[in-house]
Ligand binder design. Structure first.
Ligand code: FES
Length: 72
């Protein structure tokens, strides 16, 4: 589903960037351009980001496979 219409960014693309280490909306903005034009997608992008980070943290806790490493 599209999250950012201005930049054509989907929730899947945000989740991919979280898997690659993005943990803040600022990082998503720098990497993908999310919420850097009109800003209307900011709240939804933050929600997808939080959900994706939580899924990775939960996966780590439960022993699921994950490639995500928190920033030092
Ligand atoms: S919808 Fe994301 S910047 Fe406009």
């Amino acid at each position: 589903m599209y999250v950012c219409i201005c930049r054509g960014i989907t929730d899947s693309r945000i989740r991919q960037e979280v898997a690659n280490g993005a943990t803040t909306i600022r990082e998503l903005g720098a990497r993908l351009g999310v919420a850097t034009h009109c800003g209307q997608c900011g709240p939804h992008a933050r929600a997808v980001l939080a959900e994706a980070v939580q899924e990775i943290v939960t996966s780590d806790v439960t022993g699921g496979t994950s490639v995500w490493e928190p920033a030092a």
